[in-house]
Write a protein that binds this ligand. Structure first.
Ligand SMILES: [Zn+2]
Length: 221
């Protein structure tokens, strides 16, 4: 873990969320002095309006160029009708083929920005929940990006084998500003404390004995 390095030399486009994983990616790239770091946030409905604000805060903090792509007309704003019940792995937070959309669009954007890499911070904690985070999906996406751009763009997924706890630990070591990150699946004023994102963050924070202001907000509301 101490030797961890993302395989980027000159330019990349980061799929930015407002979470700790994305923040840790930015911190790693910053530490490696990557010359050109761009970020792309996908706005897919009111559901992620908080996350968008935090992605903007992170982009400001790390001094990188952030583009926001509005794809809310794909998913609409009413999440309650969004899930096809035929999906076996569906759960409250599954957005159909979201990551497939993200990677495809990001690849085209990277191409136009002359970025040679798209960097996606998904991790092993997502495997049980989302079909479009699983290793087979990632493997085929890597091939699609590589062959679809004639090798000009590559998809990097450096945290694929890491747990969220690993990433939290790395982020902490790299000085990620936790107060500028958002893990809750809802967009209320304070984190809900009940969704998977909140529970996992709370759990990791306790293990690492971290003062995490987002969790303090849950506890005091
Ligand atoms: Zn929550």
């Amino acid at each position: 873990m101490n030797e961890f390095k993302i395989d980027v030399e000159d330019s990349c486009l980061v799929l930015l969320s407002g979470g700790i994983g994305a923040a840790t990616l930015l911190a790693c790239l910053k530490k490696q002095n990557v010359e050109q770091v761009n970020a792309l946030f996908f706005y897919y409905g009111d559901y992620v309006s908080n996350e968008k604000q935090y992605a903007e805060k992170l982009a400001n903090y790390y001094g990188i160029n952030l583009r926001v792509m509005d794809i809310s007309n794909i998913y609409g704003n009413n999440m309650s009708v969004r899930y096809p019940v035929s999906f076996k792995q569906v759960n409250d937070f599954y957005i159909p083929y979201r990551n497939g959309v993200f990677v495809s669009v990001a690849t085209a954007v990277a191409y136009y920005l002359h970025c040679s890499n798209v960097v996606w911070g998904t991790s092993s904690s997502s495997f049980n929940y989302y079909s479009d985070c699983q290793p087979n999906f990632v493997k085929t996406q890597k091939s699609a990006v590589h062959f679809g751009t004639n090798g000009d763009v590559n998809l990097l997924v450096p945290f694929l084998k890491f747990s969220k706890l690993d990433i939290y630990r790395m982020g902490k070591r790299l000085g990620v500003p936790l107060e500028l990150t958002w893990s809750c699946a809802n967009s209320n004023e304070n984190p809900c404390g009940k969704c998977f994102g909140c529970i996992e963050r709370n759990f990791n924070s306790e293990i690492l004995k971290t003062e995490d202001l987002q969790i303090t907000k849950v506890c005091t509301q």
